[in-house]
Design a protein around this ligand. Structure first.
Ligand code: 5GP
Ligand code: MN
Length: 326
């Protein structure tokens, strides 16, 4: 067993009260990892509590164990905290981070491009398509060490959700032969990809589709055709009855235009705060743009937030993107 896995297995075996934490604006990978670990740790008789500061978006509320998720943590007496899919501790949100930082041991499981690694034990590999791949390996190691069956159907469904969402249904550059072998094993364990994909991608609200239409109608493209962007105002969200989670999929549509290297979606999540999603094709590293504005992520998928008006945010970020792309 490789070192960080052995250390993580030892830390888990020696702990009783364990918290699992997802990143803010949670996606299928972070939630899949947190819930898979919660199921497995409870099977081992541990007191395991999953946290997601921003709760569980509707498209993921069917996931096994979703109802266990808590949004804030006042207790500071955890033996162990495991943070999944977050490049920095503050990415789990201020309602959960202090509890994680005060746990006796902190395990960081992640695949983001990260400046400084945090945690006493780090299972971090940027080459993994999803953090769910790393959690799968950890659970196999734990299963072997504890002689206890942990890769149950529920666990497999959670991990498969992470892999399907973070690979864009096995289409992105992060997919490796290893991703397929692992997914094949999860399917054999009962995690069929079709119902998961249907829940996540074919179960959208009317408002979400209207929002997609609006974003596409409003999109702009740079003179050289390399950058496409669109901006959704707080007023647009309110008028359509849409929420931030409904923006899923819009930014990849912007990038899908022929010749476009970089897609950017701006949305005013509340007056004065603009969240930005960046998606690029190979050859354009968007972490470099996101970091200029205090954000981060992956080379081809990053995000950041900017304070100010929507117009200001568009002006500043498009200018920086233009500098970097040209
Ligand atoms: P999304 O555009 O889907 O919200 O995020 C794309 C990727 O960038 C995800 O991996 C997400 O974790 C990361 N990301 C999004 N916003 C931020 C941010 O404000 N800070 C950092 N460090 N990463 C972010
Ligand atoms: Mn991920």
């Amino acid at each position: 067993m490789k070192l960080p896995y052995r250390e993580a297995v030892e830390a888990i075996c020696g702990a009783n009260r364990i918290m699992l934490a997802a990143h803010v604006n949670p996606d299928g990978d972070t939630l899949g990892c947190v819930l898979a670990l919660t199921h497995a740790l409870r099977l081992l008789g541990k007191e395991a509590v999953p946290f997601s500061a921003h709760g569980v978006p509707d498209i993921y509320d069917w996931m096994p164990g979703a109802s266990w998720v808590q949004t804030a943590c006042e207790h500071h007496d955890f033996d162990l905290a495991i943070i999944c899919d977050a490049g920095a501790v503050n990415r789990i949100g201020s309602a959960v981070a202090p509890a994680a930082e005060s746990a006796r041991t902190l395990i960081n499981i992640d695949h983001h491009v990260s400046d400084g690694l945090f945690g006493d034990i780090q299972i971090v590999d940027q080459r993994s398509a999803a953090t769910a791949e790393l959690v799968y390996h950890l659970l196999r190691s734990l299963q072997a060490a504890c002689h206890h069956h942990l890769l149950t159907n529920e666990v497999a469904v959670c991990l498969m959700t992470g892999i399907i969402t973070d690979t864009g249904s096995f289409r992105f550059l992060n997919v490796t032969p290893h991703t397929f072998s692992l997914a094949a094993h999860l399917q054999r364990l009962g995690a069929d990809p079709a119902p998961i994909a249907e829940q996540v991608f074919e179960n959208r609200s009317f408002a979400a589709l209207q929002l997609m239409g609006l974003a596409i109608t409003k999109m702009s493209i740079s003179a050289d055709g390399q950058i496409a962007w669109s901006a959704i105002s707080f007023d647009d969200f309110q008028r359509l009855g849409a929420v931030d989670a409904d923006t899923e999929g819009i930014v990849s549509n912007l990038r899908s235009i022929k010749g476009v290297k970089l897609g950017i979606l701006f949305r005013e999540v509340k007056p004065g705060t603009v969240r930005i999603s960046l998606r690029s094709r190979e050859g354009c590293d968007v972490t470099k743009i996101a970091r200029v504005f205090g954000g981060g992520g992956h080379k081809l998928a990053s995000g950041c937030s900017v304070e100010g008006t929507l117009d200001d945010a568009v002006g500043k970020v498009v200018a920086e993107a233009t500098r970097q792309v040209s």
